[in-house]
Design a protein around this ligand. Structure first.
Ligand SMILES: C[S@@+](CC[C@H](N)C(=O)[O-])C[C@H]1O[C@@H](n2cnc3c(N)ncnc32)[C@H](O)[C@@H]1O
Length: 493
């Protein structure tokens, strides 16, 4: 299990420094006399300010590690936090069902395009909802918890037989020739293609396209404008991730994000307070530490050590299972290295760092869910006055029949939300993520479930908190911890 690849062995000191929680003296050259402020605290204060979050505090060291606390009173139903993801990705299987902005995950195009594209891909046999084959990696394919019961249409059970639409109708939905009744009320942003011409990523605006390009996509784009060192290797990496576990795509984004941040820091230098405190002559490695800082704040363990054993794997096979997924990560990293390796950021290509990044996505309660406008559209038609409804349904009924029971699937993926990921779990939470109506883009929305007093810790539930104690324990084992909330302690006595 502990065999090391070259980068791991050669750069072990730098890798340890990257995995240590940021300490005030870490590679920054503080003199003993100047007592620097707590870097974690400072980082979160800046982050809260940049997110314009008022009334929240991140305490770096509470009973359960980091935790988020109320600095004002929040009334029941109040919006506690809207958190912007640092990196996120739509699940590969979900791409068939939803066409969304590759940066902010808003639905794009038009209701007609969403519907026509889904039916077209369904007819090609590509729909995620048609998949019934199982593989030993199934339990690892989607680290999402099932905390979205209120989004009932996310279900993928397809009970009714679909009635195909004529090909010309599907084509006219996709090319904009057929406008569905009342669809103008559900207008979506037009598609902006990827500037690197990969034909894979689309955006809701030039701003999203440019920001994604600068943050990670320029290195991960498979198109002609890509900055990857080998596009063929990149395509192989993507193919391997799609066939095994799409969490590798997210890990690649985290690495690309850090490399590009490093390159910017190197060119433009540090700004403001950091520059003043650290002087101008920072080493390349201390710049890498700085570039890595947003990722360093996430709660992490090695993926192959923390991932829960899937139900179809016997306990006696645990050692070989963990070795198998470590080998899988190692293969994925090898492909990524061939595609985007950067000598100055070499420690990022160690298996230890790769394992910790994947573990970070696995352990944090960080589902990405965006509700579908297609569902809203059909609900709107259903609510029309009887005469209007009858007229509209003459057109929409055959479309619903062609879509089947899964007529609307929400956008689903995984993401790293730097503030939400600091929220601890409670089986009696005072806040909740993903409130349906607030969820129109890929931001994490946290709402108070009851009055939260100033000074109270803000907690969410990572699972269905109404399950019996034993079931809760089993589910939380997937997150790698035994719950120490008041409800569990009380029920345990
Ligand atoms: C998403 S992180 C939450 C922030 C975390 N405390 C930190 O320091 O980054 C989840 C981790 O926090 C800890 N944790 C959260 N809620 C807990 C609870 N109710 N009981 C015990 N540990 C908890 C566990 O270690 C868990 O794996």
């Amino acid at each position: 299990m502990e065999g090391k690849c070259n980068v791991d062995a050669e750069l072990s000191d730098q890798i340890s420094a990257l995995l240590e929680p940021p300490s005030p003296n870490q590679g920054l050259g503080f003199s003993d006399e100047s007592e620097p402020p707590c870097l974690k605290q400072e980082y979160f204060e800046e982050l809260l300010k940049s997110r314009k979050c008022v009334g929240l505090k991140v305490k770096p060291e509470s009973d359960l590690g980091k935790g988020v606390y109320a600095d004002v009173e929040f009334g029941e139903g109040a919006l506690v936090l809207k958190d912007q993801m640092l990196v996120g990705a739509q699940h590969s299987s979900n791409k068939v069902d939803c066409l969304v902005c590759s940066y902010c995950f808003r639905f794009i195009g038009s209701v007609e395009l969403q519907i026509g594209r889904k039916i077209y891909l369904q007819e090609l046999g590509l729909s995620s909802t048609d998949e019934c084959a199982s593989s030993p990696m199934d339990g690892l394919q989607d680290s999402s918890n099932d905390d979205h019961d209120n989004l009932g249409t996310c279900s993928s059970s397809d009970l009714k037989e679909r009635i195909p639409l004529p090909k010309e109708i599907v084509a006219s939905l996709m090319n904009g020739q057929l406008a569905l009744p009342y669809s103008e009320q559900f207008a979506l942003p037009s598609l902006v293609p990827c500037p690197g011409s990969c034909g894979e990523a689309y955006y809701c605006s030039k701003l999203c396209a440019g920001t994604d390009w600068d943050q990670s996509h320029s290195l991960l784009c498979t198109g002609e404008g890509s900055r990857a060192i080998c596009r063929e290797a990149l395509m192989k990496f993507v193919e391997h991730a799609n066939e095994t576990n799409d969490i590798f795509l997210l890990a690649a984004k985290a690495i690309a994000f850090t490399i590009l941040r490093y390159q910017k820091l190197k060119v433009y230098g540090l700004q403001g307070e950091h520059a003043r405190r650290n002087g101008k002559s920072r080493s390349d490695f201390s710049l890498l530490l700085e570039a890595w800082k947003p990722m360093s704040m996430g709660f992490k363990r090695r993926w192959w050590e923390c991932v829960a054993l899937p139900e179809d794997v016997d306990c006696c096979d645990e050692v070989s299972f963990r070795k198998q997924i470590r080998d899988l990560a190692s293969m994925s990293l090898q492909l990524l290295k061939e595609a985007i390796y950067d000598k100055e950021c070499a420690p990022l290509f160690s298996l230890d760092i790769y394992g910790h990044i994947i573990g970070m996505f696995e352990l944090n309660n960080l589902d990405l869910v965006v509700a579908s406008p297609v569902e809203d559209y059909f609900l709107y038609i259903d609510d029309l006055p009887p005469d209007d409804k009858e007229t509209a349904e003459r057109i929409t009924r055959p479309i619903l029949d062609a879509l089947g029971d899964d007529y609307s699937v929400c956008c689903q993926g995984s993401a790293f939300f730097p503030l939400q990921s600091c929220m601890n779990h409670s089986c009696q939470p005072n806040a909740k993520a993903f409130k349906r109506d607030e969820d129109r883009d890929g931001q994490a929305t946290i709402i108070a479930l009851r009055t939260i007093l100033k000074g109270e810790e803000i907690t969410v539930s990572y699972i269905d908190e109404n399950l019996p104690l034993e079931d809760r324990r089993t589910q939380l084992a997937d997150y790698g911890f035994e719950c120490r909330c008041a409800k569990c302690k009380e029920e345990d006595q």
